[in-house]
Write a protein of this length. Structure first.
Length: 236
């Protein structure tokens, strides 16, 4: 190896350096200028056909955007909404864990009073009513009732309204389907929230509230229908 050639001093040799790059702002300006003159064919906006929601071989026309909610409508949705976990089986155990300070959601308004109108066959709002709306929600609601109330305001018997007793009502019906299980409710201070004595036991059965008498018979059953108020809408 010729070490003398490798270590030959650079003295007297001319070194040609590359020209420095333009400043960054100038470079970016030039790049933007070039892009602005890019052929129009490459900048054409995408069409819906490029991102078709439904393949052409499935349907010729696709519908408008939509949301589908698949609800669980199995037997578990018929269970009691507010369950006393200490009661054991929700179908046979006695649920007696009502908490007055808790607001229970349901068909009834928690802060209002109701009375049961036997002639109409359902509950109506009444300032002097002896049924507490919050207690009724705790006592009577099933899981399916809660879902219906959240999504559509409940299962209305007639969406056109019903003329009853000179008034128009929109009657909401509680869950009442074949093979609904029954459940039991009671509260030590129930007389403050119902027209019945403390510790009165109620059975929810076939869409009705059935107070149980001392000998195990049913007192006057209360129908499943619940009046939720007259509906008025202002579209202005």
């Amino acid at each position: 190896m010729d070490t003398q050639r490798i270590n030959k001093p650079l003295k007297g040799r001319k070194i040609k350096l590359m020209k420095p790059l333009r400043s960054l702002p100038q470079f970016l300006t030039g790049f933007a200028f070039a892009v602005s003159f890019w052929p129009a064919a490459f900048a054409a906006p995408a069409t819906t056909a490029d991102y078709q929601a439904v393949p052409p071989f499935v349907a010729e026309n696709s519908g408008k955007p939509n949301v589908i909610i698949a609800l669980d409508i199995s037997g578990s949705m018929k269970a009691v909404a507010y369950r006393d976990t200490g009661a054991g089986s929700w179908t046979s155990g006695l649920h007696d864990d009502f908490k007055p300070a808790t607001s229970y959601f349901g068909y009834f308004e928690s802060i209002k009073k109701y009375r049961y109108d036997a002639s109409l066959g359902f509950f109506v709002e009444a300032a002097s009513g002896d049924w507490d709306g919050n207690f009724l929600n705790w006592m009577a609601m099933r899981r399916m009732d809660i879902v219906r109330q959240v999504l559509v305001g409940g299962k209305v018997r007639d969406r056109a309204g019903e003329a009853l007793g000179g008034n128009t009502y929109y009657v909401v019906q509680g869950q009442n389907e074949p093979y609904d299980y029954t459940f039991r409710k009671a509260y030590s201070g129930g007389s403050a929230y119902t027209p019945f004595a403390d510790n009165q036991e109620f059975i929810m059965d076939t869409g009705m509230i059935k107070p149980v008498t001392a000998n195990g018979a049913f007192a006057v059953p209360l129908d499943s229908n619940i009046e939720v108020g007259r509906v008025s809408m202002d579209w202005q």
